[in-house]
Design a protein around this ligand. Structure first.
Ligand SMILES: C[S@@+](CC[C@H](N)C(=O)[O-])C[C@H]1O[C@@H](n2cnc3c(N)ncnc32)[C@H](O)[C@@H]1O
Length: 373
């Protein structure tokens, strides 16, 4: 109850802050919390009141495009493209796998009342990045979703991806290839959806490429892996820029941030310099407290454990894992929730591995389909 009260207070403050966002009439800001649904673990949708109404029904084509996202996350992307996006900048979708997010953005832009004006300014307003090479975990996803895709690890799934986004292809600038070699865009970015930050170098590259293009008071950054129990660098990089952002909310494993101030390129270049370990740990703690869902906080603590292992070694990480277990007894005991059990098991396995191997495995897991809660 205390948690709920605290969350409502926090949301009240966030809603106030959102009043400066230049939102469309349909998403007129309000001082009230619109959406706070403490349902099952990891399914809480908690969004700033200005954005909550955007999580609504979507066309069947968006729902049916295979994706690693949850339905509410797809609904948010569609809602943003159809009712928030006004064409001040472009939409960047990085790490699109079979095209689920790009299809949501494409269908959304198509049904946006300003569609014609948008494409006059940006003939292809959605820039999507993907290398389209099957990784070792993807065949399991293909089987699980009944896809006839026969591509084996190392082979391309580009044709399947192109098929999925074909009906919106006129709106898409599709960039196939390694993101580390990618160029552009040289224009403002209004919506930035990131599901490609699977390694520290990829994360740095994305932050340095896109964040100086964000429009203060307008641009949203959606981190699809924020409330994921691995990939601690995403939290470090984003929280190091906390002064430039307002936290907008949580949905699925995504965290949404509204850009408040222009971010100087020098600040972004500085992200590459190693922060002091104490500062990295402080940022991980801030990230942990972003969520009002105890299960997501549990995940964020597991992510911090990985950072501790890197900064302070295996013994310190093991000790922190024991602290996590005492601080999150309900999450540890929820043996009927496959997602929670999976996260804890992976954390134990991670601690048992040699450092190099643990890092590689972590990256792979980040691209795998995890069990539903
Ligand atoms: C977790 S998946 C994205 C899931 C997708 N957003 C969805 O909703 O289904 C991450 C994607 O990033 C892509 N990726 C990872 N590293 C990449 C790189 N260096 N360059 C381009 N794409 C990359 C992978 O191929 C994979 O499709």
């Amino acid at each position: 109850m205390a948690l709920l009260h605290g969350a409502k207070q926090l949301l009240g403050r966030m809603a106030g802050a959102a009043t400066t966002a230049r939102a469309e009439p349909e998403v007129a800001p309000s001082a009230e919390v619109e959406l706070l649904t403490p349902t099952r673990p990891l399914q809480m949708v908690r969004l700033n009141a200005a954005f909550a109404p955007l999580v609504d029904s979507i066309p069947p084509s968006c729902r049916d495009t295979p994706s690693m996202m949850s339905l509410p996350e797809k609904q948010l992307l569609f809602g943003l493209a159809s009712r928030y996006y006004d064409g001040t900048g472009i939409i960047v979708d990085a790490g699109i796998f079979l095209g689920g997010s790009t299809r949501c953005f494409g269908e959304g832009v198509r049904s946006n009342p300003r569609h014609e004006e948008i494409v006059r300014n940006w003939p292809r307003p959605i820039v999507s990045y993907e290398r389209a090479i099957v990784n070792p975990n993807m065949p399991q996803f293909f089987r699980k979703h009944g896809l006839t895709l026969a591509a084996a690890p190392g082979e391309s799934f580009e044709s399947e991806l192109r098929r999925n986004i074909d009906p919106v292809k006129d709106l898409i600038d599709l960039r196939i290839g390694d993101f580390m070699d990618a160029t552009g865009p040289d224009c403002p970015v209004e919506i930035l959806f990131l599901d490609i930050l699977k390694a520290p170098a990829l994360s740095l590259r994305a932050f340095q490429r896109f964040h100086s293009r964000l429009i203060p008071g307008r641009s949203l950054v959606i981190h699809q892996d924020y409330f994921f129990e691995e990939l601690p660098w995403i939290k470090t990089h984003q929280e190091a820029l906390a002064d430039y952002f307002e936290f907008v909310g949580e949905i699925g494993s995504s965290a949404i941030f509204l850009c408040r101030k222009e971010i100087p390129q020098a600040v972004l270049d500085g992200l590459g310099n190693d922060l002091a370990p104490a500062e990295q740990l402080r940022l991980a703690s801030i990230a942990l407290h972003r969520s009002a869902d105890p299960a997501r906080r549990f995940f964020m603590a597991l992510s911090k454990m990985r950072l501790i292992r890197k900064l302070q070694g295996r013994l310190a990480a093991r000790a922190y894992l024991e602290v996590i277990k005492t601080e999150f007894p309900e999450q540890v005991d929820q043996t009927d929730n496959r997602r929670l059990g999976h996260a804890l098991r992976r954390a134990e396995e991670f601690l048992a591995k040699k450092p190099g191997k643990a890092h590689k495995e972590g990256m792979r897991a980040a691209e795998q389909r995890v069990p539903s809660p």
